[in-house]
Design a protein around this ligand. Structure first.
Ligand SMILES: O=C(O)CCCC[C@@H]1SC[C@@H]2NC(=O)N[C@@H]21
Ligand code: NA
Length: 602
């Protein structure tokens, strides 16, 4: 699409400079500190990270070029309805902060899927890990072939620098992302003749969407699909996705991890606002014209890049900044994917079979795994093109939704057993792919009113009529039966699949003999019922919830972890579990110590 025709020397300098800084930060973290000699340092940044870099890195993981380009394209063609996904960020971050982080952090896990082994069984853990790998590989396709070059760079610092390098490069790349989007907005507003002009054109072009409370689940974007369906999308990404869980666990304390999750909220709202305003600014300038003739087969996302390059033409350095912004978005997502894939490969697939592996060998294997993953991604990204935002979100819903269901089944339902977990996940994934592929195959156009473009006439009673009546809303026939099932909005996939896994998981658990509460590993259940019924007196809670309130010891001895002795009310370990100790046992020691300590301290 001839990006380079707008590039001046200064653009190349700006782009190269920003890329060089990314590499520099990565290499610095690779060669400083403990020089990445242990897996704790390589995979968990020594669990000493501060909440500011962690929160910026949390943004970068799921703010790739797809979001930077896809959201403006969405606003340009459909209006600002998508902006309501911002309402999903409230619960979408509060629940991870107060439900998932406490459970994961007190268990001092390295991989989120260790939780599944401790709550259910090794089989469930492997299923969770493989589903996560599949999801990351599927969405790995979202990145461009052009990332190939810089992707090699990212491979360098990700494989050498570990999580610490990835987090600090993410911090820098998030700043570049915001700067690039801001530059486009400032220039665009100024060229369109000011904010009021942009607003007027967007308003006349019907791009300012009101609150659409239509309850129809087949309508693509409404307050319900975005504000409620979006919560489950956020939970699957910011609650249980390995890339984010790893960042929470790299925080120095649990409070630091919760603080980093809270700090994601304003930055995510800013990222959403910048990309939505960018779409409006583009609309004000091009009035919804469809330049696909100039772009040939390119998707509407490519149209966004064309517009931006056109807007920034004649402003040397800014096109370079915007392309650097795109690459930063892509690189920060790639590096997070590599590092989290290397972590789960090591923690969930390799280490359990080689408990006696030495630290040096384990770290070396991590480096090799991160390198192999990056080459996998780079080869596939070279083969594919940018996916549209909707496709990536649909994949997150199809794969991330069932995994979210698996964790919710484990945390909120003590009766769920491993058979139920595996059965629920298998059925959940099958149904999710049935809906997802069904909707692609039937290509249900969906009742998508064709928004009139700038050529509208604003009537005195503030209604608009399209310049050419043919463009007015076309009401399609409503889908019926199976067709309705296939035309479920992709924004409901996460919620729908999550509930399927929970429902099937519970049914199978009850059919195969529900777990007894005392058999459940301590710390793996979030006492949802007890917390929700906080207002009831204790004896009622105990009877109602049939879950022993946290902190009270059990009558049965086997609940007390071995090698502990009480001293002035605090439990601590007599000796650090030796390296030879198998991972689950050492986890048990850690968890129950932290668990009892936390509860007695509270
Ligand atoms: O860019 C990507 O990695 C794919 C799109 C992810 C977008 C989701 S929507 C909710 C949350 N908010 C973001 O800014 N990113 C994620
Ligand atoms: Na990113």
């Amino acid at each position: 699409m001839g990006l380079d025709k707008h590039f001046t020397v200064l653009d190349y300098v700006v782009f190269a400079f920003l890329l060089a800084v990314s590499i520099g930060i990565g290499l610095y973290n690779a060669l400083s500190g403990g020089r990445q000699r242990t897996t704790q340092e390589f995979l968990m940044a020594d669990r000493r990270m501060h909440c500011v870099p962690v929160s910026l890195s949390l943004i970068a993981s799921f703010q790739s070029a797809v979001a930077i380009i896809g959201v403006p394209a969405e606003i340009y063609t459909h209006g600002t309805q998508y902006w309501f996904i911002g309402c999903a960020y409230i619960l979408g971050l509060l629940i991870p902060a107060h439900v998932f982080i406490p459970v994961f952090y007190r268990m001092r896990l390295s991989s989120a899927y260790q939780y599944l082994e401790l709550r259910f069984s090794k089989t469930v853990r492997i299923c969770g890990t493989l589903t996560f790998i599949f999801q990351m590989v599927m969405t790995g396709f979202e990145l461009w072939g052009t990332v190939l070059a810089t992707g090699l760079v990212c491979t360098l610092y990700t494989t050498l620098g570990g999580l610490k390098a990835v987090i600090w490069t993410d911090v820098f790349q998030t700043v570049v992302m915001f700067a690039g989007q801001l530059a486009v907005i400032v220039v665009g507003v100024q060229q369109a003749g000011g904010v009021s002009e942009v607003w007027r054109k967007a308003w006349e072009g019907n791009r300012i969407s009101g609150l659409d409370l239509n309850p129809d689940p087949t309508v693509r974007h409404t307050f319900w699909t975005l504000g409620v369906g979006g919560v489950f999308l956020m939970l699957s990404l910011y609650g249980v996705n390995q890339a984010q869980v790893q960042r929470y666990l790299s925080s120095r304390t649990e409070k630091e991890a919760v603080r980093s999750c809270y700090m994601v909220f304003p930055s995510l709202q800013l990222a959403l606002a910048l990309s939505c305003v960018m779409g409006l600014v583009m609309f004000a300038r091009y009035c919804g014209e469809d330049h696909s003739d100039k772009l040939g087969t390119y998707t509407r996302d490519a149209m966004v890049i064309y517009f931006v390059m056109d807007m920034l033409q004649g402003l040397p350095g800014l096109p370079g900044l915007f392309v650097a912004c795109l690459f930063s978005a892509a690189l920060s997502t790639i590096s997070s994917a590599f590092n989290s894939l290397a972590t789960v490969t090591m923690e969930d697939l390799i280490k359990p079979h080689f408990p006696l592996m030495s630290e040096a060998r384990a770290t070396l294997l991590c480096v090799v795994r991160a390198g192999l993953w990056s080459l996998t991604f780079l080869t596939e990204s070279a083969l594919t093109r940018l996916f549209e935002l909707q496709v990536v979100l649909a994949i997150f819903g199809m794969v991330g939704g069932p995994v979210l269901g698996l964790f919710c089944l484990g945390m909120f339902f003590p009766w769920a057993n491993s058979t139920g977990a595996v059965g629920g996940l298998v059925v959940g994934l099958s149904v999710s792919f049935w809906v997802g592929i069904g909707s692609i195959v039937t290509r249900w156009p969906g009742p998508r009113p064709h928004l009139p473009n700038c050529g509208v006439i604003l009537l005195p009673d503030n209604t608009t009529t399209a310049a050419n009546p043919a463009l007015s809303n076309v009401t399609l026939s409503q889908p019926t039966g199976l067709q309705r099932f296939y035309s479920l909005s992709y924004m409901w996939y996460s919620a729908f699949n999550c509930f399927t896994v929970i429902l099937i998981g519970l049914i199978i658990s009850f059919l195969t003999g529900p777990m007894k509460e005392e058999d459940v590993t301590p710390g793996t259940i979030y006492p949802l019922l007890r917390k929700l019924l906080f207002f009831l007196p204790d004896h009622l809670k105990k009877k109602l919830c049939c879950v022993t309130p946290l902190g009270q010891t059990h009558s049965s001895e086997q609940r007390q972890p071995p090698q502990h002795k009480e001293m002035n009310g605090l439990a601590f370990q007599q000796e650090e579990p030796g390296p030879a100790q198998d991972e689950t046992e050492s986890f048990l020691l850690h968890a129950s110590a932290a668990f009892v300590e936390h509860e007695t301290a509270v």
